[in-house]
Write a protein that binds this ligand. Sequence first.
Ligand SMILES: [Zn+2]
Length: 238
Amino acid sequence: MQAFDGLILKQIPFKESSKILHVYTAEGMKSVLVHGAKKFGSPYLSSSENLNLVKFQATGRDLLTLTDADLIEVYPRIKADLERFTYAQHLAELLHGFGEAEYDHAKFFAFTLKILAKFETEADYQVYAFIFELKFLFLLGVAPAFTACAACGKKDELTFRVRSGGLSCPDHLEGPAVTDAAFRWMRRLYQIDLKDPVVERPDEAATVEIRRVIDDWYAYHLNFRSKSRSVLSGLLGY
Ligand SMILES: [Zn+2]
C-alpha cells in the first residue's frame, strides 16, 4: 500500500464504470485505477474530478488501484469561473504533456500547488500562469536566454526573439523581435520568487504579447500547444 498527495490532471474511461486517473505527485506522474468511479453513489465520484488535490491510498505497482481517497483541495473559485478553470486546465495539460520528463518533481509539485493557490485567490491571476510557464521552460531544458546572446554569449545590441532562443546579437538574429516591454516583464517573471508578492502587472498590450511569445516558444521549441489554449483564446479574445 502507498499513500501520496496528487493533483488529478486527466481521466480516462476504463471498462464500463471505472476510470484511470493521471495524477501529478511529488514523485512525478502516477496512474490510479478507480473501480466504479462513474457509478452514482460511488464514494469516489466527487474525488476523481480534474484539478482536485487528493490524498490517495492505493495498492499495486505500475497501475495503482485506489483503496481510499480524501479530498485536500477542490479549488471552488477556479471551478466556478470558466476562464480561470480553462487556464488552470492549460497548465494541467502542460504538466501532463511533459510529466515523464526528468526534473525535480518534488520541488515542482510544491510550486504547482502554490500557483494554483494564487489562481484560487487572486483576481488578476494570469501573471501566475506566465510565471509557471516560464519557469517550466527551465526544467524542460529550453529556458530563454535572458542575459546574453543565446548563440555566442555577447552582451551588446541584444534583442529578444523566440527563434533565436531568447536574446540575440546582430550576428544571430532569427525571426521577429519581441518588444522591450514584454521582454523585461518575461525576464522579471522568470526570476521572480513567489514569496514576494507580485504587486504590479504588465499592461494589456504587454500581457497579450507575453501570452503570444510563450505560446510561440512552446510551439517552436517543444512542439506543444494545449487544447485548452485554443478554448482560452475564444474566452480571452487573444
Ligand atoms: Zn550572438
